[in-house]
Design a protein around this ligand. Structure first.
Ligand SMILES: Cc1cc2nc3c(=O)[nH]c(=O)nc-3n(C[C@H](O)[C@H](O)[C@H](O)COP(=O)(O)O)c2cc1C
Length: 175
């Protein structure tokens, strides 16, 4: 798949084949894509906790408040992205420029790993709705959890949807 094909094929998967595990080798390829992602001052201010088995079930439960994300319990792997401190140069830049580079860096890493997962034939859903303190406790983390990614093989009847997006004119302007 080239990148355009990946972008067209990646979609948030909310129906997984719970009987199909993610192969270790494929998981490592996906994690390597995140490792290669760019970040402000190359600081990579994040950590990824790979949750499988009972840990995955517990993390999935922590994403379900108010009826949200019930599908997460079917995903065999949950990747928990937590925030780490800035490197000194990025901390300086963030302060002087009043910009939140860490969130951007985490978003880019997640974009890389979800794209690689698609290229590998797997499906993902990025979750921003979860109980931070509960997930930290399950994962033994002392820093804030920013995103969780469900990872697995989509159910056989989970077909590609038509993408709803802004029009190009809404999205882009030229000066
Ligand atoms: C930061 C972020 C948080 C998200 N949180 C959730 C979530 O908690 N639950 C969910 O089902 N989808 C969540 N999504 C998925 C979006 O709803 C989805 O990406 C968007 O509607 C576009 O659809 P697509 O991914 O299928 O192309 C999140 C996506 C992002 C980028």
């Amino acid at each position: 798949m080239n990148f355009t094909e990946i972008a067209k094929n990646r979609q948030s998967c909310r129906r997984y084949d719970a009987t199909r595990a993610v192969e270790e080798e494929t998981l490592q390829i996906i994690l390597e894509a995140a490792r290669l992602a760019p970040s402000a001052c190359n600081g990579q201010p994040y950590h990824i906790t790979v949750c499988r088995g009972e840990a995955a079930k517990q993390v999935a439960k922590a994403t379900t408040a108010m009826g949200m994300n019930g599908f997460a319990k079917e995903a065999p792997v949950l990747l928990v992205l937590s925030e780490e401190p800035y490197v000194k140069t990025a901390a300086f830049g963030a302060k002087v420029k009043g910009n939140d580079y860490r969130s951007m860096d985490i978003g880019i890493a997640v974009a890389y790993l979800t794209a690689e997962a698609t290229a590998q034939g797997l499906s993902t859903c990025i979750l921003g709705w979860f109980d931070d303190m509960a997930v930290r406790k399950i994962c033994g983390l002392s820093s804030p959890v920013r995103l969780i990614v469900t990872l697995g093989y989509a159910a056989a009847d989970d077909t590609l949807r038509v993408k709803k997006r802004k029009t190009m004119d809404e999205l882009v302007s030229y000066k």
